[in-house]
Design a binder for this molecule. Structure first.
Ligand code: NAD
Length: 474
């Protein structure tokens, strides 16, 4: 079994204990993961702070060169990363390879980013400059759905902006980040990037740590709220990318056959374990039956199983807790609607759940109102467009949403009324490193990616120069 180690102060280190990492396809143990205690966290913060003092002095292109070296090393190890991802996270190998590719894409994007200082005014009296400076030590706390992608899309902009970072992966998917740590150890100066693992218990020490200037968190809304509370004492900068319950509204002018595949893919990608997956589908009554049938057919034909097996298109749910949650949403769907695909969970080791589609279900059922974060799609009928927009907006979440129509002007008009950080038209779940991702309502706080997301790893500083000695009292 491969021995994985954490990265602290440039050294690959064992933990104070270790935990099993379980393959969600069959519940076999893939590897042992070392875990840190608070003393190790303190060492990482101390080392990260020391590293930051020199790292911040490098130019953007010097810092970018380190990131590019890392993405080249990821590329050289791409197949190993993909296999680790499938074994720890469950996704089929082809999608694991996509995740590795996307991780490089995001990191390479930020490796090219720079921030130019602005000069607001410059005249005989003075000069006002607006600078963006690094924050110091940043922490990235990650979930289990895209472990490598999320680690790298936090590391790259953070260090590119001149910060050092401590990454903490989710306890059920730490291995790809630990493999990344091995590569980082050979490339970056000690302390610039640290990777620490836990048994789901180190988060509060990170979010309250006086030596950490910012937490970039991706995970659930309840955990995001805990982080916000615990970060208050030190008034940390926060980026919180949290849960979502994205609604899609299908207008009466679409051909169900033409949209079915796009909707199906956006709902079931990564077995529905995507924050911006399509999670509630509202369909006009005139095309309701036909679209339900098309989506039901696609879901029934899908091959779900062990992601390492040839031909498998969808992997298991990632962990036992999430599996139990998804099973309870399937029970809720059965009690409140009619299952037209899936619905029967095999009695076997592993967390495989067939892609499940439920129709004739209404708002108010838990599977519609809450975020199942698994392979289950409720399809809700509507008659009145104004009413369905209200229903789509009637959620504490506001991550994404989509409108599907053959008339782009009409779709754009509806998109303007959806209360979410991103609204797609005739697609759902499209994202990229150059596109800012800004959650609304209880889906989070701040921005990731794009220029705005990059700037969140900096603090604004104004230098206001008077060319002669000046006195504010006249
Ligand atoms: P989670 O909130 O349970 O865990 C996420 C991370 O937070 C893990 O590393 C965990 O160890 C850590 N953590 C747990 N308790 C903590 C605490 N008190 N303080 C600090 N950290 C703590 O989330 P999850 O179950 O891993 O992920 C699923 C959720 O994440 C879903 O709700 C999903 O929508 C959301 N998500 C959001 C995005 C986004 O960009 N908005 C992306 C992916 C996932």
């Amino acid at each position: 079994m491969t021995q994985y180690k954490m990265l602290i102060d440039g050294e690959l280190r064992d933990g104070v204990a270790s935990i099993d990492v379980v393959n969600p396809a069959d519940e076999s143990v893939v590897a042992q993961c070392p875990v840190a205690d608070e003393a190790m966290l303190n060492q990482a913060v101390e080392s990260a702070h020391k590293a930051y003092l020199s790292w911040r002095k490098l130019s953007f292109s010097e810092r970018g060169a380190y990131i590019k070296k890392l993405t080249t090393a990821v590329e050289e190890n791409a197949e190993a990363f993909a296999r680790i991802l499938t074994q720890e996270q469950g996704k089929p190998l082809a999608q694991a390879r996509d995740e590795v590719m996307f991780s490089q894409l995001f990191a390479n994007h930020f490796a090219e980013c720079e921030i130019e200082n602005k000069v607001l005014s410059d005249d005989d009296n003075g000069r006002i400059e607006v600078l963006r400076e690094p924050l110091g030590v940043v922490a990235g706390i990650c979930p289990w759905n895209f472990p490598l992608l999320i680690s790298l899309y936090k590391i790259a902009p953070a260090v590119m902006a001149g910060n050092s970072i401590i990454i903490k992966p989710a306890p059920t998917t730490p291995l790809s980040s630990l493999k990344l740590a091995e590569l980082i150890a050979d490339i970056f100066p000690p302390g610039v990037v640290n990777v620490l693992c836990d048994n789901n218990d180190l988060g509060p020490a990170i979010s309250s740590h006086p030596g950490i200037a910012k937490v970039s968190f991706t995970g659930s809304t309840p955990t995001g709220k805990k982080i916000m509370a615990s970060a208050a004492d030190t008034l940390k900068r926060l980026t919180l990318e949290l849960g979502g319950n994205d609604a899609a509204i299908v207008l009466d002018d679409v051909d169900p056959k033409q949209v079915a595949e796009g909707i199906f893919g956006a709902a079931f990608l990564n077995s529905g374990q995507v924050c911006i997956a399509l999670k509630r589908l509202y369909v006009h009554e005139s095309i309701y039956d036909e679209l339900c049938e098309e989506i039901g057919k696609l879901a029934s034909a899908a091959v779900v199983g062990n992601g390492l097996d040839e031909g498998v298109q969808f992997g298991p749910v990632q962990n036992r807790m999430q599996f139990d949650k998804v099973c309870s949403y399937i029970d809720n769907a059965k009690a409140n609607g009619r299952i037209i695909a899936g619905g029967e969970v095999p009695d076997a080791p592993g967390f495989v759940v067939p892609l499940t589609v439920v129709r004739d279900i209404e708002d108010g059922a838990a599977v519609v109102d809450e975020e199942p974060f698994g392979p289950i799609l409720p399809i809700v009928r509507y008659r009145d467009l104004e009413d369905v927009i209200k229903r789509a907006n009637n959620s504490d979440y506001g991550l994404g949403g989509s409108v599907w129509s053959s008339n782009l002007d009409r779709a754009r008009e509806v998109a303007g009324q959806i209360d979410s950080g991103t609204v797609w038209i005739n697609q759902h779940c499209a994202f990229g490193p150059h596109i800012p991702f800004a959650p609304a309502k209880e889906s989070g706080l701040g921005v990731e990616w794009g220029e705005e997301g990059f700037h969140e790893f900096t603090a604004m500083k104004v230098v206001n120069i008077s060319k002669a000695y000046s006195n504010p009292v006249h």
